[in-house]
Design a protein around this ligand. Structure first.
Ligand code: EPZ
Length: 415
């Protein structure tokens, strides 16, 4: 298993470019199931999760070819509704084929994703929504077995604005008969990006980015070409890298419209930024404590919680971080404490007592964003750190160690 060796503390300088969004790309790949024509996606990051999604598309009878950052998917050969456990367990987002398969084949045989380090991650809201649209759903041997004569428009209410749940229902509804209304829909920018692609494919959707989305079913969809939005979580992670090392770097290709909450907290904890054309110069000398409460968009994203915790572990004072989205998203606390942080967890709150310095140590990545927070902490820690199980990082960050090395970080991947 690959690991990182990091020498700290390091100063960063220079310019880096944000890659395309993982969480916008994944549903868009699945959306190709809805048409026989080519779906061409540009700015798709080169990540393990994208590879896994492409493997799943091949499993369903589709083609999925990459040329640099362009992915061309064609599902004219779609001949299976089976999403096997050994693929789904590697990447929970595989559940995103459920809605499109029900729309296109009126059947789905999709493994339940199972939990992950950060929580149980049920898909009951996805299932209930498909049932309300006429899908018969059984759970057998860990699989969702669903079929229907046709999908009918329905009013779907989510008691939690689930991101992939909203994406699955939108993709089921675009070919359903009649109108579907989703109430308490997820408003994340990645959901909006998917809907923009679907509208280019001929879908009739109103209200993207709002809590109520209306979809008028159409007979069929055509292919489309689309450029995926930049990754707002990678953007936030690079901003944190600048602040935790008290550096000044330029980040290009920033999705400014999608990072209000991240930028707001970044300034609150001492971050500075200057807008440049299609990017910004970020940095900061003095880290201040604050209160963070994760929330659904447009609130502060749970996917940025671990990275901000790493920065706040060096703040001048005590911060409190409340995680409201996932029930177990503090796995990075024990590892940050191994690096000399002083963090105590009580329920869904973490109390982060800022310390003078972090000190290099061997630590273990446990999940995607936790691994990013350990990299950030190791950049600032005095001495050598070793980060194990960085396959977690490879799932969601494109060439992060190369980008950091170009900025002057001392970070090596050891096979
Ligand atoms: C998406 O996961 C993202 N993944 C996650 O990013 C992100 O953390 C999460 O949204 C929240 O923003 C992708 O987009 C591929 P949810 P998703 O359904 O859709 C509960 C990363 O780091 N829930 O919005 O699975 C659930 O347990 C990943 O890139 C139900 O109870 O998240 C959680 O507590 C990690 N029943 C809350 O809702 C359901 O049927 C939010 O989950 C569905 C969800």
């Amino acid at each position: 298993m690959d690991r990182f060796i990091v020498e700290g503390p390091t100063k960063l300088k220079g310019t880096t470019v944000v890659s395309g969004s993982k969480n916008a790309s994944l549903p868009m790949i699945s959306a190709a199931i809805l048409t026989d024509e080519d779906v061409v996606l540009h700015n798709v990051p080169d990540l393990m999760d994208i590879d896994t999604m492409c493997k799943l598309m091949f499993q369903l009878g589709c083609n999925c070819g990459r040329k640099k950052d362009t992915l061309r998917i064609n599902c004219s050969g779609l001949d299976s509704d089976f999403a096997p456990y050994d693929l789904v367990r590697k990447m929970r987002a595989s559940i995103l084929v459920f809605g499109p398969l029900m729309a296109r084949l009126h059947s789905a045989h999709v493994s339940l994703p199972g939990g992950c380090a950060i929580g149980v991650r049920p898909v009951n809201l996805h299932i209930n929504a498909i049932k309300s649209m006429g899908g018969k759903v059984e759970i057998e041997n860990g699989y969702i077995i669903s079929e229907t004569d046709k999908l009918n428009g329905s009013t779907v209410y989510f008691d939690i604005p689930t991101v992939t749940g909203t994406e699955n229902v939108v993709m089921a509804a675009v070919l359903a008969e009649g109108k579907t209304i989703i109430k308490n829909a997820a408003r994340e920018p990645e959901v909006v990006d998917l809907i923009k692609l679907l509208k280019k494919m001929g879908a009739k959707i109103e209200g993207e980015g709002e809590s109520v989305i209306e979809i008028e079913g159409v007979k069929s969809l055509k292919g489309a070409e689309y450029t995926v939005m930049a990754d707002r979580i990678e953007t936030g992670t690079l901003m944190c890298a600048a602040l935790i090392t008290h550096s000044e770097i330029e980040i290009k290709n920033v999705p400014l419209y999608a990072i209000d909450a991240i930028l707001d907290k970044f300034i609150e904890i001492g971050g500075k930024y200057i807008l440049t054309d299609n990017g910004m110069i970020v940095g900061g000398e003095y880290i201040k404590p604050t209160l963070i409460k994760t929330a659904v968009y447009p609130g502060f994203p749970t996917d940025m919680q671990a990275q901000f915790m790493a920065v706040l572990s060096l703040a001048n004072g005590t911060s409190i971080i409340e995680e409201t989205i996932f029930e177990n998203r503090f796995m990075h606390v024990a590892e940050l404490n191994r690096l000399g942080a002083n963090i105590i967890v009580s329920g869904n709150k973490a109390v982060v007592e800022g310390v003078e310095n972090l000190v290099g140590a061997s630590v273990m990545a446990t999940d995607l964003r936790a691994s990013a927070s350990l990299v950030l902490a190791a950049l600032a820690a005095h001495g050598k750190s070793e980060i194990l199980r960085i396959y977690h990082l490879d799932r969601g960050y494109e060439k992060l160690e190369e980008k950091l090395t170009q900025l002057g970080a001392k970070i090596w991947r050891v096979k």
